[in-house]
Design a protein around this ligand. Structure first.
Ligand code: NAP
Length: 273
C-alpha cells in the first residue's frame, strides 16, 4: 500500500481507499442488501484495504451503519476512516451532533479524517472550522479537511484553521481534470493531500478515451481502470477512492498501486484534451 504523509505530522493516509456511495442506499436507507455489503466490505479489508471513505449523507446514514458492522471485527487502529459532514450541519451545535451520530453509526470513538462535504456560504467557515478544531482537541477527529472546495476557498480555510487542513476531496479523473489547473499545484506546494473522487468516472468514459487507454492496457498488462488509477497515483499527494462492489474490481483497484506509468506516458495522459 502506498501512503501519503499528512501535513499535521500526525500520520499518513493510505493512497488507495474504498468509496462507499450507493452502498446501503443513495440519500435514503436501503436495507435490502445489507448482508452482501457487509461481506464485501469485510472481504475488502481482508484483501488489504485500510482506508474507507464515507459520509453522513450516504444512504441517509445507513452506509455508515453498514461500515460500522463490517469493521467491528477488525482492529480499529489498522483502519483509516474518512467521513463527511453535510452542508446543513455546519453550524457549531449541528456539527457536534452530526459527528456524535456518525461515531455511533460507525461504532467508533474517533474519525481519522473528517471533511466538510460541500461548502455552505450561509454558514461562516470560521464557525465550522472552530467546531472541527475543538473535536480534534476532544480526540474525536484525528485530521480535518474539506471537499469540493476551490482553490480560493481552500486558501481561506487554511488561513482560518489552527489545525492543519490536510486534505481536499474533489472530482478528478482522466476526463474531469479541472483540479490540475490550479488546485493540485496549490495542494502540492502546501503539502495538502488531494483525494480524487469518481476516479473511474463511474465507468462512463468517452469512447475515444477508452480507445486510447486500451493501448496503455496492453503495454502495462493492466485494465483500463487500473491505468486510470495509476495515472492519478503517479501524482504527488494524490489519493484515490474508487468504489467497487465486485471482488475482482476490488482486487484490481488495489493492485493498481503497483503499476508505475513511465514519464512519457504520464506526460501524454497529462496533456489529453
Ligand atoms: P467511481 O469510483 O469512479 O466508479 C464506481 C464504478 O466503477 C462502479 O460502478 C464500479 O462497479 C465500477 N468499477 C470499480 N472498479 C472497477 C474496475 N476495476 N473495473 C471495472 N469497473 C470498476 O465512482 P464514485 O462511486 O462516484 O466515486 C468513488 C467514491 O468517491 C464514492 O463511492 C464516494 O465515496 C466518493 N465521492 C465523493 C463525492 C464528494 O462530493 N466528496 C462525490 C462523489 C463520490 P462495481 O460496483 O460493480 O464493482
Amino acid at each position: 500500500m502506498i501512503y501519503r504523509t499528512l501535513k499535521d505530522n500526525k500520520g499518513e493516509i493510505p493512497a488507495i481507499g474504498l468509496g462507499t456511495w450507493e452502498i446501503g442506499g443513495r440519500d435514503v436507507p436501503d436495507e435490502t442488501r445489507d448482508r452482501e455489503h457487509i461481506d464485501t466490505l469485510s472481504r475488502a479489508i481482508e484483501m488489504g484495504y485500510k482506508h474507507i471513505d464515507t459520509a453522513e449523507y450516504y444512504g441517509g446514514g445507513h452506509t455508515e451503519e453498514i461500515i460500522g458492522e463490517a469493521v467491528s471485527i477488525f482492529s480499529r487502529e489498522e483502519l483509516f476512516i474518512t467521513s463527511k459532514v453535510w452542508p446543513t450541519h455546519l453550524r457549531s451545535v449541528d456539527l457536534h451532533k452530526a459527528l456524535e451520530r456518525t461515531l455511533k453509526r460507525l461504532r467508533t470513538d474517533y474519525i481519522d479524517l473528517y471533511l466538510i462535504h460541500w461548502p455552505n456560504p450561509e454558514v461562516p467557515l470560521e464557525e465550522t472550522l472552530s467546531a472541527m478544531n475543538e473535536e480534534v482537541k476532544n480526540g474525536r477527529i484525528r485530521h480535518i479537511g474539506v471537499s469540493n472546495f476551490d482553490t480560493q476557498l481552500l486558501k481561506k480555510a487554511v488561513s482560518i484553521s489552527k489545525e492543519s487542513i490536510v486534505n481536499n476531496q474533489v472530482l478528478f479523473n482522466l476526463e474531469d481534470r479541472q483540479a490540475m489547473n490550479e488546485l493540485l499545484p496549490y495542494c502540492q506546494d502546501h503539502g495538502i493531500t488531494l483525494t480524487a473522487y469518481s476516479p473511474l468516472k463511474r465507468n462512463a468514459l468517452k469512447a475515444s478515451t477508452e480507445k486510447l487507454l486500451t493501448g496503455f492496457s496492453e503495454k502495462y498488462s493492466a485494465s483500463v481502470q487500473q491505468v486510470m488509477l495509476a495515472w492519478l497515483l503517479g501524482k504527488d499527494g494524490v489519493v484515490v477512492i474508487p468504489k467497487a462492489s465486485k471482488l475482482e474490481h476490488l482486487r484490481e483497484n488495489l493492485e493498481a498501486g503497483m503499476i508505475v506509468l513511465d514519464r512519457e506516458d504520464m506526460k501524454m495522459l497529462d496533456s489529453l484534451e
